[in-house]
Design a protein around this ligand. Structure first.
Ligand code: ATP
Ligand code: MG
Length: 449
């Protein structure tokens, strides 16, 4: 993408309404614009990041064997009356009436819809196990929408639902989700710690929340510091191997880690040596639940078991805050100049800065680099504007692309460009081909020049 043809409305001033750094940087970097309280338009740069996060979530869900689909945002109130949640959900639910006077709602979550789909089409234990998921906009009329996309009213969420014949199978589905979530967050450059949590309106007390540690997090957390050393990393896992998934759950949840809803000071003090006790704040980026037959029983989602008896299925649901993650990643990865995108989610793989736009040689070198990056199957944001060098650098630092190639007439005389890492700030001079080679390496692409 050439910056001269792009839409990147960066702000020079700090927006007064933003209380936390991710909100401030998302506004300044031209990623989002508020449309109404807690409702945002995703401008092109923000949209790219959102799509990248979504792609990683899709890939990891499907790796775990979960099946993508799409349910609507607007739902009929009838199903929610069946489950009993139409009245229970309270003020957070946005209720609307259509022209025929029918009660509708903007879905805050989808347990009822999916259960209805299930009971209409699945009748035998042979069709199980089954896990369906979608990524769709949700609406919760939060009392205090704040912190930009972190606590919106409209937000983008992955929600998945497993259907199993037995409790043991459903616990395996739970463990599979835990493993796939660990992989998902790590690919986004995040450490998200599974913590024992409370069910809330979704229900069930067999549940973990995934928290990213950050001072600006809304949840209080208590944990054993040893837990921060755990990484899932690049290990291979067979998602059908129940004991292997169970072992990962045990590894990642055996140490004390709880949100303030479930924290128990006595247990904390007894189980964790004083030197390892930590109290901090965290951002909830996901939650997994096993809730047995809470929805299947009242809604008649049953299957015939091996003996031909109708039994209610065991279910769980599993959510990832896709839009909130955009903010959470920035909270975890920024400095005083701006965002520092992890390679996994960056909106462009690298920036190209032309220090002297209009200089024949500099322009030609930039064009060649731009084409080489594209030939790798990667995308560069080429700053081909007439701005001063200082302003170009400031924009690059603000929007946080992990790598920048700087091209100027002086370097070109010696046959070199400069490659800069946004994270370390270190720059190195090298021939253009070497810079491309390095970019290719970072993103796991074979250099094709
Ligand atoms: P919270 O406790 O933060 O209100 P929740 O526990 O009610 O969230 P879940 O039903 O578990 O939310 O939803 C799954 C995920 O969706 C959460 O882990 C969170 O990342 C995200 N999420 C929930 N509410 C919001 C919101 N208002 N804005 C943005 N993301 C949200
Ligand atoms: Mg939650």
């Amino acid at each position: 993408m050439r910056l001269s043809r792009y839409f990147l409305p960066v702000l020079k001033e700090n927006p007064a309404e933003a209380q936390i750094v991710s909100h401030r940087l998302m506004l300044r970097a031209g990623m989002i614009k508020q449309a109404a309280s807690g409702i945002y338009s995703w401008l092109p740069l923000g949209y790219r990041v959102l799509r990248n996060i979504e792609r990683i979530v899709h890939e990891e869900q499907q790796r775990a064997g979960h099946i993508p689909m799409l349910m609507p945002t607007l739902q009929s109130a009838d199903l929610w009356r069946e489950s009993g949640r139409y009245d229970d959900y309270g003020e957070e639910m946005l209720r609307v009436t259509d022209r025929h006077g029918r009660d509708m709602l903007y879905g805050p979550t989808n347990e009822e819809l999916i259960t209805d789909i299930f009971r209409s089409h699945v009748g035998s234990y042979r069709d199980l196990p089954l896990t369906l998921y979608h990524i769709q906009w949700k609406f919760r009329d939060e009392v205090r929408p704040r912190f930009g996309v972190m606590r919106g009213r409209e937000f983008y969420m992955k929600d998945g639902y497993n259907f199993d014949l037995t409790e043991a199978d459903a616990k395996h589905a739970y463990n599979r989700h835990l493993v796939s979530y660990l992989r998902t967050y790590e690919r986004m450059g995040l450490q998200a710690i599974p913590m024992k949590a409370e069910g809330g309106p979704i229900g069930g007390d067999y549940t973990h929340e995934f928290l990213v540690l950050a001072e600006t997090g809304e949840s209080g957390v208590f944990y054993d510091s040893e837990i921060t050393d755990l990484r899932f990393g690049h290990r291979e896992i067979d998602y059908d191997d129940a004991p292997a998934c169970q072992a990962v759950l045990e590894e990642f949840t055996s140490r004390y880690a709880r949100t303030d809803d479930t924290h128990d000071e006595a247990v904390f003090n007894e189980r964790v040596p004083e030197a390892r006790r930590r109290q901090a704040r965290g951002i909830e980026v996901g939650q997994i639940f096993y809730f047995g037959t809470k929805y299947s029983e009242p809604m008649g989602a049953t299957v015939a078991d091996k003996d031909g008896n109708r039994v209610p299925v065991h279910m769980g649901s599993h959510g990832i805050g896709v839009s909130r993650l955009t903010g959470a990643i920035i909270e975890a990865s920024h400095d005083d100049k701006g965002i520092i995108w992890p390679e996994g989610v960056t909106p462009f793989h690298c920036g190209i800065v032309n220090l002297k736009q209009g200089d024949t040689k500099a322009d030609a070198a930039c064009e060649a680099l731009y084409a080489s990056v594209a030939a790798l199957g990667l995308e560069a944001l080429y700053d081909d504007t007439e701005e001063r060098a200082g302003a170009k650098f400031a924009t690059q630092d603000l929007i946080g692309l992990p790598w920048r190639i700087t091209v100027g007439p002086r370097g070109l005389k010696n046959g070199v460009v400069e490659l800069t890492s946004r994270r370390t700030g270190e720059s190195e001079e090298m021939p253009p081909a070497a810079a491309i080679e390095r970019i290719a390496q970072v993103y796991g692409k074979a250099a094709s020049i």
